[in-house]
Design a protein around this ligand. Structure first.
Ligand code: HEM
Length: 159
């Protein structure tokens, strides 16, 4: 299921820009071109605000450290700093009252050579952590759809 979701998100990935005009309104896209979370979805509240996101990231990081596909990347990294920046990043994505002061995804993952398999493993562990916190499936889906386009800057980033 997660693979299908990600595949849908990856296909929907587009550079951040205004939604292109619909030339023929009869042609309905399968996915939104830009997987943007709108303010009125109240996703930040659904995830339990800053407290909820912090607990989610604590759990997710433990899972990334336990998973052989993600562990090598995080084992010797500054885990507390990454968690803090992920909370801020997700908070901003969900229109929460935060500022993201980390690097761009391209910069942060440069030269790391993250494979597609490791990327999927990270998202799958995140999904397990979200399930544990009883985040509704639809809300999970919205977050993953917002994260999926980032794969372009993260996977096989050898720059
Ligand atoms: C959509 C998926 C991902 C998101 C949203 C994400 C987000 C972030 C953020 C916000 C940071 C901190 C930025 C900074 O250091 O200024 C970061 C750093 C990092 N990420 Fe990711 N990441 C993703 C995927 C991955 C994957 C798949 C891996 C490896 C399996 C990974 C490994 C790392 C590591 C090791 C750092 C620390 C880099 C350093 O300290 O120099 N990330 N990521």
């Amino acid at each position: 299921m997660i693979t299908m979701l990600l595949a849908a998100g990856l296909m929907a990935a587009q550079p951040a820009a205004a939604e292109p005009p619909v030339a023929d309104p009869a042609v309905k896209p399968h996915y939104p071109t830009l997987p943007v979370i709108t303010q009125n979805e109240h996703l930040y509240e659904t995830f339990g605000g800053k407290e909820g996101l912090t607990a989610l990231m604590d759990d997710a990081m433990n899972r990334w450290l336990a998973n052989p596909r993600t562990r090598p990347f995080f084992a010797n990294a500054d885990q507390a700093r990454i968690k803090d920046l992920l909370v801020k990043q997700f908070c901003v994505i969900m229109h929460g009252p935060c500022t993201y002061d980390g690097r761009t995804m391209a910069e942060a993952h440069r030269g790391m050579n993250v494979s597609e398999g490791s990327f999927y493993a990270l998202v799958e562990e995140l999904q397990v952590a979200m399930n544990k916190r009883h985040i509704p499936f639809n809300a999970q889906n919205r977050l993953i759809a917002a994260l999926a386009p980032m794969h372009r800057d993260i996977i096989n980033n050898t720059k």
